[in-house]
Design a protein around this ligand. Structure first.
Ligand code: SAM
Length: 289
């Protein structure tokens, strides 16, 4: 541990932030690499003569910050960590950085099943870092879940995140294309969830470079109209869901009505578009018959 005065630290912090970037990213760097959390920081201003203890020296932290500003590489990848709901997750450039709006998927599940639900068998298709499945497996220790992804490297990260977060063994990880790894679970799922790649081709080309140059294309691009994967997931869902099983999908901000129609065309009932916190129809849910 290195110690410096609070006064010196605050001066250095102001200088770093004057170079650019946002407070939240800087806070993540300080927390994950520097070992100084947000709550430590809020106490700092009180007595500038106090000492602050850092896991890495200021030059090291400044060099990561400059790398972030110059290359536009997301700070989460540079630190190897992100926070999502109450989870601290490892991330590499093999996985999408889980987004705050996706946190609501877990709340949708709470709303449908209640917080003390009996046994449910669920699958998440395209788990990435494992965020959604891990949150559900932790919230519902009695449930059993399967998290899948087409990318084995992503699954390795998800497995590590699960082991770090949980002492249970109610989540399994399978590799493969959408429903393929679930062949032996046909008609057995009470719940399936996916935040699939849904960005249309032309939008993908115009994504900010911190996304397009760093996050996996396979996690973002949803074909020409963005709905390629969503269509495939919905069309095959009836084979895998139990009667009255739920399918919950995240979609792009303007896809709600189209996704709702695909659900209806595939005989789903109780189909509903659910808004995110900014009022955007970000999720579509439905129940198979
Ligand atoms: C938008 S990311 C979502 C990741 C994570 N569930 C989340 O919400 O942060 C989509 C995920 O689907 C995976 N994926 C893409 N194509 C797939 C396919 N054909 N079959 C299974 N998974 C796929 C990607 O590797 C990626 O991890």
């Amino acid at each position: 541990m290195l110690s410096i005065s609070v006064k010196e630290f605050l001066f250095w912090k102001k200088k770093q932030l004057s170079k650019g970037g946002d407070n939240q990213s800087f806070a993540l760097l300080l927390d994950c690499i520097g070992g100084v959390s947000n709550s430590d920081l809020s106490l700092l201003g009180i007595n500038p003569e106090n000492k602050i203890y850092l896991k890495k020296n200021l030059d090291h932290l400044a060099s990561i910050w400059e790398d972030h500003l110059l290359s536009c590489s997301p700070i989460q990848y540079l630190c190897g960590i992100t926070f999502w709901r109450d989870l601290k997750l490892q991330v590499t450039d093999n996985v999408l950085i889980p987004r705050p709006e996706s946190e609501l998927i877990v709340d949708i599940v709470f709303k449908i099943f209640g917080k003390k639900s009996q046994k449910v068998f669920f699958a998440e298709l395209g788990t990435g870092s494992g965020a959604i499945s891990i949150a559900l497996a932790l919230a519902y220790p009695l449930w059993d879940g399967i998290a899948t992804d087409i990318d084995q490297d992503a699954l390795e990260i998800a497995k590590k995140n699960y082991i770090n977060a949980s002492q249970h063994s109610n989540l399994k990880f399978f590799c493969g294309h959408w429903w393929t790894p679930l062949e032996s679970y046909k008609g057995k799922l009470d719940l399936a969830i996916s935040n699939p790649p849904y960005i249309p081709q032309d939008t993908y080309e115009k994504l900010p470079k911190e996304v397009k140059n760093f996050e996996p294309k396979i996690a973002l691009l949803g074909g020409e109209d963005g709905l390629k994967h969503i269509r495939e997931i919905i069309q095959n869902a009836p084979l895998f869901l139990r009667e009255k099983g739920w399918l919950i999908l995240e979609n792009h901000y303007d896809q709600g009505e189209k996704v709702k129609q695909i659900f209806i065309n595939n005989n789903f009932k109780s189909v509903e578009i659910v808004n995110d916190l900014s009022g955007v129809g970000r999720f579509t849910i439905g129940r198979y018959k």
